[in-house]
Design a binder for this molecule. Sequence first.
Ligand SMILES: NC(=O)c1ccc[n+]([C@@H]2O[C@H](COP(=O)([O-])OP(=O)(O)OC[C@H]3O[C@@H](n4cnc5c(N)ncnc54)[C@H](OP(=O)(O)O)[C@@H]3O)[C@@H](O)[C@H]2O)c1
Length: 343
Amino acid sequence: MAPIQNPRIIFNSIPEGYPIPGETLVVDTSESIDPDTAPLGGGALLKIICISVDPYLRGRMREPHIPSYFPAFPLHKPIHNFAVARVLRSENPDVKVGQHLYGWLDFTHYQIVDAEGLKKLRVLPEGTGVPWSAYVGAAGMPGQTAYYGWKVLEPKKGETIYISTAAGPVGSAVVQLAKAAGLKVIASAGQEGKLQFLRELGADVVFNYKTANLEEILKEHAPIDIYWDHVGGKTLDAVLPRMNLHGRILIVGHVSSYNSKPDPVYNLDQFLALRIRMYGFLVTDHEEQYGKEFYDVVPGKIARGELKYTETVVHSLEEAPQLILDVQQGNNAGKAVVVLEDN
Ligand SMILES: NC(=O)c1ccc[n+]([C@@H]2O[C@H](COP(=O)([O-])OP(=O)(O)OC[C@H]3O[C@@H](n4cnc5c(N)ncnc54)[C@H](OP(=O)(O)O)[C@@H]3O)[C@@H](O)[C@H]2O)c1
């Protein structure tokens, strides 16, 4: 086969606010590859099937000296994220042609991964009936976030939980875990379509945080035993006085400040008054403890239709920078994913 173009999404400049398609992130078409003959150096040639677009990617578009839980993306290099890829060629005995692998891969079509890199990828089961795109969503990192966070919190039947950004891949999985466990679920999102999905999942109280009066709703349904926080800022501040004695807060994200300065949280006195416990949560910390159980349980639930999810899909790399912006601005509904090859 003659060499073919192998486009990539490059981190081109550090944004001040929202990432700008074509400026922060650019599509680079200068590289080509011959999939039949490209040297593998003991590794494998992978074809990317789908790649996830997650809110945390914005945090990686920063100055490299600023510390955080994942390193900054290097400027002028391809960005990467959780992806599913098929093995096209392999010189590695542990990786077979035709297998599907999951892990951090570049926003590109073809990628050669060396032996060390291959060790970090998970071989996915074949023929489960679960679409590959779900392995970056409900059966991937966002689903793990819900599953592992749930273990950390140890919720009890009859408790009340409030979940912000509840219609996304993490939140919607938490809503379903909470309903199945007999909790009262308060869920918020920013679009009517997302609210409808939350009603279908059985959430007890559903509201649009952009138009409803958050303080009034929380007051009406207080006390809240668990706040699953994806947002931070003003929402967290409004929740604190409505928590129950010994309530728990899981800090999973703070999307309200990913593209701007955080709003102050004033109600910190409530931590003492209500003896609230707050946990900072990172999904990868819990992989070793719960990873096997997650893959034993969750893909099966998806295949049987017991765990529901929605997706916003684009079908080309060229659309990825806009989708990355859409996730930051709430214009996605459910798991945002770039699907480069359908099942
Ligand atoms: N700690 C971890 O290990 C971990 C792992 C995965 C995800 N997370 C975090 O969990 C959260 C949910 O992730 P996801 O993948 O399920 O996300 P997602 O739904 O794809 O997240 C994007 C959503 O955030 C909402 N949003 C954007 N700006 C907002 C604002 N200013 N205020 C309130 N909501 C805003 C929008 O939904 P609305 O239309 O509803 O506003 C948007 O659709 C994110 O904060 C993410 O960073 C953390």
